[in-house]
Design a protein around this ligand. Structure first.
Ligand code: NAD
Ligand code: ZN
Length: 357
């Protein structure tokens, strides 16, 4: 084994809402698996949520549980049946492994993100990929070319969410688009929609700093800063005036109920509100009559499927530049600081990553 560091560290949380660094054995890859030295992992809002709140829906932290699912690294050992990958290959890790059985309707019909038996790393009780050494099925490792860094490789995970949403939304060249929320998901959605030729594009956020980041990445984007003391209809008027028309498509990347209301009011007859954001409330109320009388499609995205190959091509061919998204870098040993930076608005982080070499 080409391990340069003797200890396997994993960053975890527990029912006491602590960030802990656990030492464990270096796993032995199964016959179909590769052992990966994870070199970069991004912190996602869900990792912070598991730490602070101990659960997301029915997924509950009842014991130590490793975090992280946005990872890339290098193959350092291969199982006996591994066919395509070899030691030294640099890979992005796709963190959800569906059952892939022919008896599974979702896997068989190409909707594998709906597989009821999917194993998603960092969804308790399954540990995450925010660790030094991780054994992963070869089929769900995606080789990245030399011109894609480990940091970018880890960002292919949030980019996958945006690509899956854009694919299903039916976005076309020249479609007037609104993106609600300029967090990491809103920003990767902006980068992807810009590359896909949406025009014009408006992005919203409460935070002026995040809108400035969006504008610095895509200068042609029009920004609308949201103040929550205004009504959803008034906010929609501001969005439409910035767009110069009603939206054909709104990609909603906050999951916040009031933002979805403005999204619905800003959409044209027959348009679509495509909701990627999840937020934290399990029940929402929507302007039913308005959406009904205007034939507005309200649709949702759950993770992604079949996105990694495209994501790698878009980054390596230069259509999408993910590099500026990483604003904060820490070592595994600095996990506590990393999670503080990811959860403290004053840190002004877009994406915090933990790196290992
Ligand atoms: P984030 O919290 O960093 O970003 C959300 C942004 O929305 C913030 O910048 C916030 O200021 C802004 N915001 C909040 N209320 C707003 C409002 N009323 N109007 C406009 N902007 C508002 O989160 P993120 O990592 O960018 O993720 C965004 C959402 O996507 C989250 O809800 C997350 O759970 C969800 N998500 C969904 C999937 C999926 O599979 N569907 C995958 C990953 C993330
Ligand atoms: Zn399945």
């Amino acid at each position: 084994v080409l391990t340069r560091k003797p200890t396997n560290l994993a960053v975890a949380t527990n029912p006491a809402h602590e960030i802990t660094i656990l030492e464990s054995d270096i796993p032995e890859p199964g016959p179909e698996q590769c052992l990966v030295h994870v070199r970069a992992t991004g912190i996602c809002g869900s990792d912070v949520h598991f730490w602070k709140h101990g659960c997301i829906g029915d997924s509950i932290i009842t014991k130590d549980c490793g975090l992280g699912h946005e990872s890339a690294g290098i193959v350092i050992k291969t199982g006996s049946n591994v066919k395509k990958l070899k030691i030294g290959d640099r890979v992005a890790i796709e963190a959800g492994i569906p059952c892939s059985k022919p008896t599974c309707d979702y896997c068989r019909t190409g909707r594998y993100n709906g597989c009821p038996d999917i194993i998603f790393y960092s969804s308790p009780p399954v540990d995450g990929t925010l660790r030094r050494y991780h054994a992963h099925s070869e089929a769900w490792l995606h080789r990245i070319p030399d011109n894609v860094s480990y940091e970018e490789g880890a960002l292919l995970e949030p980019l996958s969410v945006a690509l899956a949403g854009i694919e299903r939304s039916g976005l076309r060249l020249g479609d007037p688009l609104v993106i609600c929320g300029a967090g990491p998901i809103g920003i990767v959605t902006l980068l992807a929609a810009h590359a896909a030729g949406a025009a014009p594009i408006v992005i919203t956020d409460l935070d002026e700093g995040r809108l400035k980041v969006a504008k610095s990445l895509v200068p042609r984007v029009r920004t609308v800063q949201i103040s929550t003391d205004k009504s959803a209809q008034n906010i929609a008027e501001e969005i439409k005036s910035a767009l110069g028309q009603e939206a054909k498509l709104v990609m909603e990347c906050t999951g916040v109920e009031s933002s979805i209301h403005s999204a619905i009011y800003a959409t044209r007859f027959g348009g679509t509100v495509f909701i990627i954001g999840v937020g934290s409330k399990s029940m929402h109320q929507y302007p039913f009559m308005h959406a009904s009388f205007r034939e507005i499609d309200i649709r949702f995205q759950f993770r992604y499927m079949e996105t990694y190959a495209k994501a790698i091509t878009l980054v390596s061919e230069g259509l999408i530049d993910l590099k500026p998204l990483v604003t904060h870098r820490f070592s595994l040993e600095q996990a506590q600081e990393a999670f503080e930076a990811a959860s403290t608005p004053a840190a002004k982080a877009i994406k915090v990553q933990l790196l290992d070499d």
